[in-house]
Design a protein around this ligand. Structure first.
Ligand SMILES: Cc1cc2nc3c(=O)[nH]c(=O)nc-3n(C[C@H](O)[C@H](O)[C@H](O)COP(=O)(O)OP(=O)(O)OC[C@H]3O[C@@H](n4cnc5c(N)ncnc54)[C@H](O)[C@@H]3O)c2cc1C
Length: 404
């Protein structure tokens, strides 16, 4: 790890070229929060990100520290031990953490948005008090179990069954690609309670880890975000009490869709963070060259416009969420653009740096690999386009044809 003074100097230098607090119109409070997260991320996460990636190592100590900083319960109320902050703060934090380490960004968002989100938004007061305080300190993480082998995009086709008997549910089936699964102490599960009702027969449950009848598959070997575990979670007559039902029976698909809508904003921020780091590395590289070519300048300018535009769109989405406005369309737009920018900017950074960009441990190569997943999870880019076009058609009909 870098000495503190050197690291702080690097942090200041790194952001002198695109400090975004003013251009993004952040309040004093948001700016102070951004500085706090940035300092932690740049000092304690960025220096070890390549090692976490190459060793596929979960950043346990850093996640604990993130808990102490309020980053493992950003939007959870203070009376439950959370930081009680707004969606814009969460977005800012996701950008800063992902800028330092894309994989740690994934751990944070899987835990905050999609594991705790269903319980925080749809759980009873009693469920929230019982579950959430255990998960805000960084000592424990959680996971979100929706996808199954063969039905990632088609979440309504859940074949995992939860059968009610004697005040319990017995769960059988396999959930696939579950982030944080190996480190989880709990998870939000979506399983079918009424097969005939199709997606209206899906329900949401809180599952404590470990549980009898619950086992984990092998960790997937992934292209990027390699410090996260991704594995099947297998339920074989796993019995949980009926009090673990989150929301009403049959409400699970609606819960999942609402949680995924909101969860797209932090993924957009993850894309912005990964792209911003790639851009910074490319800028550092160019500024050390004896001669800066026109091609260097053009690539840098293109990257700067893309990162800033993606950030503006992402912050706009977060602000709309905080204002209680509908976010389905803007969140999908931010996610679509933020993830494409992550891939494109890290690609351009490698192009600009040539062979230096391809070297393992150089950061940009990892950025490129970490970026790719942001176009897949929480809805692929194609699904975001389906969502956006759906909103456009609805808006058109409402405006020009009286909703017909
Ligand atoms: C690293 C990683 C971590 C993950 N973490 C989690 C997790 O924690 N929890 C969880 O539940 N899931 C998780 N997932 C699963 C993820 O959400 C799915 O991979 C994603 O939804 C896509 O599903 P799929 O892979 O089955 O692709 P498919 O749905 O099979 O899609 C394949 C292709 O077809 C396209 N396509 C599919 N349907 C349509 C359509 N209607 N219109 C246009 N194009 C379409 C897709 O866009 C894609 O290009 C994770 C996945 C990965 C890779």
């Amino acid at each position: 790890m870098l000495p503190k003074a050197t690291a702080r100097c690097l942090v200041q230098r790194a952001f002198s070229s695109f400090s975004n607090a003013t251009e993004m119109g952040l309040s004093e409070q948001h700016t102070a929060f951004q500085s706090m997260v940035r300092e932690f991320a740049q000092e304690e996460l960025r220096p070890i990100a390549d090692e976490l990636d190459s060793k596929k190592k979960f950043p346990r100590e850093q996640v604990k520290k993130m808990g102490q900083l309020g980053l493992m319960g950003v939007e959870i109320n203070k009376d439950l031990g959370g930081a009680g902050l707004d969606g814009l703060s969460y977005t800012i934090a996701m950008e800063e953490i992902s800028r330092a380490c894309g994989g740690t960004g994934t751990i944070m968002t899987a835990h905050n948005s999609i594991f705790m989100g269903p319980i925080n938004k749809f759980g009873t007061d009693q469920q929230k008090k019982k579950i959430l305080p255990n998960f805000v300190t960084g000592e424990r993480v959680g996971c979100f179990m929706l996808s199954e082998p063969g039905n990632g995009s088609d979440a309504g086709a859940a074949s995992t069954l939860a059968v009610y008997k004697d005040d319990h549910y017995k769960i059988t089936g396999t959930k696939a690609w579950i982030t944080n699964s190996w480190e989880s102490s709990g998870g939000s599960l979506f399983a079918t309670t009424d097969r005939k009702a199709k997606h209206k027969g899906i329900s949401c449950f809180y599952i404590p880890f470990p549980s009898d009848g619950l086992s984990l598959g092998n960790k997937e070997s992934k292209m990027g975000i390699r410090c996260t575990s991704t594995a099947n979670v297998i339920f074989d007559d796993c019995q949980i009490p009926s009090e673990n039902l989150i929301g009403e029976s049959g409400q699970g698909f609606k819960i999942a869709m609402q949680i995924l809508d909101a969860g797209r904003i932090p993924i957009a921020a993850q894309g912005v963070g990964i792209a911003a780091d790639a851009l910074q590395r490319a800028l550092d590289y160019v500024m050390k060259k004896p001669v800066i070519s026109q091609n260097d300048e053009e690539l840098l300018a293109e990257m700067e416009v893309m990162v800033t535009t993606a950030r503006l769109l992402t912050y706009r989405a977060a602000r709309m969420k905080d204002e209680g406005k509908p976010i389905g369309k803007i969140a999908a737009m931010a996610k679509l653009y933020g993830s494409e920018v992550a891939t494109s900017v890290s690609h351009k950074a490698i192009q600009l740096m040539g062979e230096d960009g391809l070297i393992k441990g150089g950061g940009v190569e990892r950025n490129y690999r970490d970026a790719r997943i942001t176009e897949i999870y929480e809805g692929t880019s194609e699904i975001q386009k389906v969502v956006i076009a759906g909103h456009m058609k609805k808006e058109y009909r409402n405006k020009y044809t009286n909703g017909q």
